[in-house]
Design a binder for this molecule. Sequence first.
Ligand code: HEM
Length: 305
Amino acid sequence: MTREQSFLPNPSRINIPFVLDIIIVSNPEQIKRIESSSDVDRLHAYPTAELPWWVKYYLSATRFHTPQDDNWFLPFESSANREYQKRRSQMDDQIARGYRPQDITKIADLLVSNADDSDLSFHMAQLIAGRFSQAEIPLDICLAGRETLQRLPEAINPVRYAQAKKAHGKLYDFCAHNLLDDYHLVDAGQHTIAGAAKSMVDALHILKENINLPVDKIFTKNPITLQAPRIAIRDSDLGGLLKSKTKPGWTVVIFQIAKAAQKTSDLYFTFGTGTSERACSFMNFFLDFMKDLQMELIDRTASVD
Ligand code: HEM
C-alpha cells in the first residue's frame, strides 16, 4: 500500500491504489477552474454500479441517494442528464411559492422559547418539505432525516452506520408513499425533509448566535455545506496541479466549498461552487427567510428592552 500526498497546500491527494483516490481542493479559484473544465463531472455521470465502492457505501446512508431504486439528488446528476432541466424547474417552481409571515412568527416563537431541536425540525420540515407531501411529515420521520449520515468519517463507525441505514430506510418508505404526484423522491422528498430537519435547524442556531451580523456575512463565515464532490471523467493533471493524472471514473475531487466561502465571503460558495451556475435552488428562499427571521428576533429583543 502506498500513500501519495502532495506537500503543496492545495490541492492535496490521498491515493491508495485499488482502494481510493481522492483529491481535495479548497482554493476558490482552483475550484472554479476545475468545475468549469471538462475534467470532472457530477458523480452519477457514471452508472452507480461503476462508482468507487466507498462513494456507494457512504452515500447510500445519506439523504443524497436511494439504493432501493437508484435515485440520486439533483446536484449528483450531470447537466447532460435528460431529466435535469425538468427536475430543476420542478424544485424552483415549488420553492418560489415562498413562506408566510406566520411561518416567521412561529419559528421566532420556538427560538425565543429555546424549543428542542426536535420541535424545530418538525416545524421546519412542514414549512419546507410539506409543500411536496400529501400528508403531514410525522416527527419520527423528521428525526430519521436527522439521523442519516452527515459526514464521511461517520461511516467508519459500524454502530452509527447501522443507525443511519435504518433511518434512511424509514425516510425512504415515507417518501415512497406520501410525495405529491410526479415529484422526485430524493429532490423533493428525502433530501428536502432531512435538509429541513437538520441543516436548516443548524442554520437557525447559527443565526441566533450571530443575530447582529448581516445574514450574508453570517452564512459565509459559517457555511452549512462543507464539501461538493465531483468525479474525474478524463485523464488529467487538472491544469498542471497534479504530479500524476486522475483516473476517469475512479478519482474523486472534493471541493471544500465552506473554506472557499470563508475565504471569499461569496455566498455562491455557501450555495454552490462559486458561480450562479447550478447554485442551490433554495438559496434565495434561505436568504429571504433568514433576513425576515432576523428582523423579527431583533424586534422582539428591542420591545423587551
Ligand atoms: C442550509 C440549507 C442548504 C444549503 C447550505 C444548501 C447548499 C447547496 C449547495 C452547496 C449546492 C451545490 C452542490 C454541488 O454543487 O454539488 C446545492 C444544490 C442544490 N440544492 Fe441546496 N442547500 C440547502 C438546502 C436546500 C433545500 C432545503 C433544498 C430543497 C428544498 C435544496 C435544493 C437544492 C437543489 C435542487 C440543488 C441542485 C441545483 C442544481 O444542481 O442545479 N437545497 N445546495
